[in-house]
Design a protein around this ligand. Structure first.
Ligand code: NAP
Length: 285
């Protein structure tokens, strides 16, 4: 039996138990998967007990950065993304990784696309934008534009990625940062081939939303609009984009694929990702 969990604060609404449960059931693996509410001041103690009580755990807000100090090792993905969402317990040691980037890339593949050579526009510059921007850098985007209201966050994010990729300076994407007004959004999306919303605007339980969706009218034909939100299944952004004829994708595919990539680490074996994805998606309907 494999003992797994997800930790966060809050944690009640996490879909991770449902996603991992569906996949582990499909794979016929005997498991437990708990939702554990860990407050920031409880993280150290949790990390200590997890060495014997669990075989692995997923990490969500607000612990993705703070967990790193309690790990014996962080692999190259964890280092690159500067955050850890997956911890495996091996011989009593905590080993950290990050599967958000792989999860997003596999999700884009479901829409028959990837970052390579693309103009990518990212809305927001918080934790999720960090993973999305790093994945776009790593996977060869031609240009990355971040539109956000606190531009210093986008600057710090891009600077850090440029430093990490300094060995490949001649192949780095062009970058641009702009504000979040309707005019600025119209301007930046006009060359986007992939538009990714990483803000919580339009999420269930969040009052704020985009002031207007008119900026979508500037998107080039054939662009993909991805929203990392999966509740509701279609945010206002996706509904409007779909109405205008764009391909749209919510955050569920990324959530599923990052979970499956984490399971490969927990189980120490390769999964047939597409088969397991289909089984999980069917179960979550
Ligand atoms: P976060 O770190 O708080 O970042 C949120 C970003 O949105 C910040 O840039 C913030 O700007 C911006 N923002 C918030 N309200 C805004 C507004 N009214 N107008 C303009 N910008 C606004 O949050 P996060 O962890 O990145 O999560 C963001 C979203 O991604 C959530 O909906 C989360 O559920 C989703 N997510 C999905 C997945 C998945 O697997 N599908 C994974 C991770 C996250 P300021 O910095 O100016 O506040």
């Amino acid at each position: 039996m494999i003992r797994l969990a997800v930790i966060g604060d809050p944690i009640e609404h996490s879909l991770s138990p449902a996603v991992h449960g569906a996949s582990l059931d499909y794979l016929g693996i005997d498991y437990t998967y708990e939702k554990i509410h860990v407050k920031p001041d409880e993280l150290k103690e949790f990390a200590k007990t997890a060495k014997t009580s669990l075989d692995g755990f997923n990490v969500t807000m607000p612990h993705k950065l703070n967990i790193i100090q309690y790990l014996a090792e962080t692999d190259s993905e964890g280092e690159y993304y500067g955050a850890v969402n997956t911890v495996s317990v091996k011989d009593g040691k905590l080993m950290g990784s990050n599967t958000d980037g792989v999860g997003l890339s596999l999700a884009l593949n479901r829409m028959n696309t990837d970052f390579k050579g693309k103009n990518v526009t990212i809305l927001g510059a918080g934790g999720a934008a960090n993973a999305v921007t790093a994945a776009a850098f790593k996977n060869g985007a031609a240009k990355i534009t971040i539109a956000c209201r606190t531009q210093s966050k986008a600057e710090a994010l891009l600077e850090s990625l440029k430093r990490k990729n300094s060995n490949a300076l001649d192949t780095l994407p062009k970058t641009k940062i702009t504000g979040f007004s309707d005019t600025e959004l119209s301007d930046v999306v006009s060359e986007a081939e992939i538009l990714i919303n990483t803000t919580p605007l339009g999420m269930e339980g969040v009052k704020d939303n985009f002031k207007s969706f008119d900026f979508l009218g500037s998107l080039p034909k054939g662009a993909l609009v991805t929203d990392l939100i999966y509740k509701p299944q279609k945010t206002g952004l996706l509904k409007n984009a779909e109405k205008m004829g764009y391909a749209v994708q919510n955050g569920l595919d990324m959530l599923i694929f990052q979970a499956l990539a984490a399971e490969e680490l927990f189980l120490e074996k390769k999964l047939n990702m597409q088969d397991v994805y289909k089984a999980v998606k069917e179960k979550l309907k």
